[in-house]
Design a protein around this ligand. Structure first.
Ligand code: NAP
Ligand code: F7E
Length: 340
């Protein structure tokens, strides 16, 4: 039986990965931040009662990382913990760097001392490509445009690629494009949309306010992407892999698709900050642009070229865009309906 340690296990990806590794027969440990809440409760919301063992720690605390590695001696480490919100990174850049850059450095150094044979997966991101035009592959230059993307890029280059090349560390990464699910955090745009439209449909919210409707993202399903993470750590040689669907849609497309699954339709009028979305059946304005949700600098178009993952990992996503939007919209609609 292999042993895996997952940082960020209480997040979207961590919960799907834990489920997947348990199904493969792994002993799964989760590294969780101490807080006044019982971390088991958060995990149980997603997974129910599972045989995941939790250890307290924080990527900002080297001692806690070393202790966890000494106790667990994992074969595989999945570093999913991060301040993962791009918008928030402009408001809290130091915290973002502390966790997303220095945290990775602490982890890599601790692994070298406490679990030198462990394989490390790092959650790198398509945001590192920033303003590089689409499609983006492993050879596309990085041009990050946010503190989140800069910290992730430097961690990727300094600690993952750098230590792999200089120190022969078994470090690999997935450069993942956006992936979503009913477990996605509620402040990310997809979940914000599916919650708001469900509430509007049920008559408990009037309007959905969004930022940049023209931004295009390559959206896949988190449950598919955690399988790629596992495959990356089973390869004979550690490498970096772009993981995405190879298809992209604008934020406006996502709103239209979510509305359709809820039997609603939206007519768009105006442009830029004055654009509005009108419920075709009721004639009410239900979507408005609010500048508060724009970012100081924006990654406008992200589209994966996942050829290496197809060829070397034999990985392809199973859930398409329409199925993802339907899954998320129906999940939120049913959850909200139950509370009324
Ligand atoms: P998420 O839902 O925001 O989860 C983040 C996790 O990190 C949570 O479990 C959080 O714990 C934990 N965490 C935050 N700060 C920590 C710290 N200082 N020490 C220890 N744990 C800490 O993120 P996700 O969507 O699952 O993404 C997983 C990883 O993939 C992240 O690194 C993200 O940057 C990266 N990524 C995500 C996407 C995507 O589209 N989802 C794409 C590319 C890369 P709490 O529960 O205590 O907050
Ligand atoms: O934004 C636009 C926003 O916050 C998507 C993280 O998992 O994926 C995620 O980062 C797009 C952006 O995700 C709103 O400007 C419009 O263009 O859902 P998001 P993200 O920034 O792409 C990457 C790959 C990661 O690595 C990150 O960890 O939607 N947008 N209006 C909005 N975004 C938000 N959040 N809220 C809005 O109202």
């Amino acid at each position: 039986m292999k042993t895996a340690l997952i940082t960020g296990i209480t997040g979207q990806d961590g919960s799907y990965l834990a489920e997947y590794l348990l199904s493969l027969g792994y002993a799964v440990y989760g590294f969780v931040r101490p807080s006044s809440f019982d971390p088991n409760e958060k995990l149980e919301d997603f997974l129910g009662k599972t045989p995941v063992k939790l250890v307290y720690g924080d990527l900002r605390d080297l001692t806690s990382i070393e202790r966890a590695l000494r106790e667990i001696k994992p074969d595989e480490i999945y570093n999913l913990a991060a301040q993962s919100h791009v918008g928030v990174s402009f408001k809290a850049p130091e915290t973002t760097w502390e966790i997303n850059y220095h945290g990775v450095g602490r982890l890599v150094h601790a692994i070298m001392h406490e679990a030198p044979n462990a394989r490390l997966y790092q959650a790198s991101t398509s945001e590192m490509f920033g303003s590089s035009p689409p499609p983006q592959s492993e050879t596309t230059p990085f041009h990050p445009v946010s503190p989140y993307a800069e910290a992730k890029m430097r961690a990727h280059l300094d600690f993952i690629v750098g230590y792999r090349e200089r120190e022969n560390r078994w470090n690999a990464s997935g450069i993942l494009f956006n992936h979503e699910s009913p477990r996605r955090g509620k402040t990310f745009v997809t979940r914000k949309i599916t919650i708001a439209l469900s509430k509007i449909k049920l008559g408990v919210q009037d309007i959905l306010e969004l930022g940049n409707l023209d931004a295009k993202r390559d959206w896949g399903f988190a449950g598919d992407y955690v399988k790629a993470m596992h495959k990356i750590l089973q390869q004979p040689v550690p490498k970096d892999y772009v993981i995405g669907t190879g298809e992209y849609h604008s934020v406006r497309d996502f709103v239209n698709a979510a509305a359709k699954t809820l039997d609603m339709s939206i007519t768009w009028e105006g442009t830029g900050a004055n654009e509005i979305g009108i419920d075709t059946k009721t004639g009410k304005v239900i979507v408005r642009v609010n500048r508060e949700f724009f970012r100081p600098t924006e990654t406008s178009d992200l589209l994966a070229d996942p050829t290496r993952a197809h060829n070397e990992l034999d990985w392809k996503p199973e859930v398409n865009f329409g199925q993802l939007v339907e899954m998320m919209s129906q999940s939120d609609f049913q959850k909200i309906q139950k509370t009324l």
